[in-house]
Design a protein. Sequence first.
Length: 576
Amino acid sequence: MKTRGSAVIEIGIDPQAPTKRVLHTGSYVLGSADSSDLVVTASGVSRRHLRIDVLADGGAVVADLGSSNGSRHGKRKITAMALTESTRLRLGDVLLTIHPDSDQDRVVSLPDLAETPAAIANNPGSSIATDMPQTGWAIIEALGDSMERLDRGEPIAAVIAAVIAHWSRQLDNAAIRVRSVRSTGSVLAAVGTSDATQSLTTRTLSHGDLQLEIDCAHPVLLSKNLLTALRTGLAALSSGLAVNPSDRQAFAAEATMPAEVISASPEMEQVYGLAAKVAKGGVSILVQGESGSGKELLASWIHRQSPRNEGPFLAINCAALPSELLEAEVFGIERGVATGVDARPGLLERARGGTVFLDELGDMALPTQAKVLRALESATLYRVGGSKAIALDVRFVAATHRNLSQLIEEGSFRLDLYHRIAAVELELPPLRDRRVDIALLATHFLATELANLRRPSPGITDAALAALCSYGWPGNVRELRNEMARAALLLQAHQPLDREHLSKRMRSAAPGHADLSLAVALNRAESEAFELALAAANDDHVGAMGLLKLTRSSYFRRLQSVRERLSGKLEAQASK
C-alpha cells in the first residue's frame, strides 16, 4: 500500500465555526483567487497567499507566496516553515490551523471512478470479458503459468509466493494489501507487514487448507467482483491447478451482478442471479419493488442478457398518461380517429424483435388491461381505430410498486392478466433492507457528482455515513443519488462530506445509531436482547435467563451493564 501523508486544515473565517479541509500528499495554493486550490475570500488574504506542501513521509511545509499582508506564526512573519505538529497561522483576518500527519480515520475515501466496474464496462477498449474489473482479471491471470512451474518441480510455497507478490503489486493501486497465505496456521508466503500508522481492516478468505489474509483501508474498497477473483485464485492455488487466462468464462460464473449495479447485498445478488437464468427464455416477467429501487435498470439488463438483445428496448410509464393516450402510445392509432390525427405505430410495433417494459403496470386502467391481455394471448394487436390484425413479436417485462394481490381483490386489476404477465416474478429489496449497499452507493454517487463539478473531496465522514445508514430511504436508490448530488453542491474543495451537508431529514434520522463502531452495535444488540427476553418472560429473570441461554452469573452481570448504560444515556439526555 502506497505511503500517503495527510493533513487537516481548519480555516477560521468564523472562529466559532472553522471550515475543515483534508489534504493528502501534494502541493496546494491557498488564496482568494478562484483558481486557488483552497479559495479563502477574506480581508487580508492575497490572490495567491500561501502554499501548503503535504509530505508523503509525514509533516508539512508552508511557504508565503509574497502576499501583501504576509503570513504570521504568533507575532513572527514567516516566509517558509516546516510543520510536524498542529500549528496556527494568521493570514490577514483568517486563522489557519494545520494538523499535519492526521490520518483522518473518520473519513471514508471515495472510489476512483476510472477503476469502477461500470467505468470499465463502458470502455470499448476494456480487456474484460464480463463484469469483472481489470484488477480482478490480473489477479486470476497471475496463475497462468503456475502448473508449468509446478511441473518443473518448483515447491508449491515458491509458486504461491510468486503469485501473491504479483497480486500485491496489482492491488497496491486499489489501496489493498495481500498480507500472507497460510496453510493450517503456518505461513506459506508473506508480503510485508501492516503499516501500524494506518487504520486497516483485515479480511481472511479460505479455501480448503489455505487462508489468504488481506488488508484494506476500508471494507468499501473490497468489491464483490474483486473478492470473487481472489477466491477463485485461492481455489486454484489450493488445488494446485493452473488457470488458463484465456478461459475467462470459467471465472465469470459467480459474477452475475452487472457492472452498472453497485451492490454487495446477497439479496440483490440472488435477484440478478435468477434474472440471468430467466433472461435466456421468452416468458413474461414481473418486477416488483418500491419506487426508486431500480426496476427499469433490472428490466434493461434482462433485455441485454436475452436472445432479443439486438432488438429495441422500449419503456412506458403506465401511470404517466390518461388511459386513452396510453392505448394510442402502446397499440398505435389509425388516421382519422380524431381530427388532425395521422396513423402511427405504437410501442408494441416499434419494439418488434425486442422488449417492451410496462412500468407501473398496477396503475393501468381495466379497459387497457383487457387489450394487453388479448395481445398477449393472441400474439396480435389492433391499432386504436383499426381493424387489421398486426403480428406481435415482443417480450413483456412489467413492473409495479403496488400490491397486485390487493388490487385483484379490490377488482382494479385482472387476475388473468396477472397470470399471463407474471410468469416469473422478481422482487427488488428496498434500500433500507440492504444497508450494506448504502456506503457503496453513497461514495460512488458523490464521486460521480464531484467529478462532474471538478471539485476534489477526501470522502464522507463516518458521522455522515452513520446518518445515511440510519435513514429509512423511502425513495430508495433514487433518493440517495439525489441527496449526494445536493450535498456535492455544498462542498468546498478538499472538504469531506459531513452531517452538516445532509438534508435535515437525514440528520435527524435515528440519532441513537450515529456511531457505526462494533462496540456500539454490540451494546445496542445486547440491550435489545435483554428487553425482548424480559418482555417474553413477563419480567421473570429465570425465564429470561433461559431465553438468553446465559448462566446466572453472566446474566446478572450483563443485565447490570445494560442498566448502567441505559441510566447514563437517560442522564445525558436530561442534561441537554
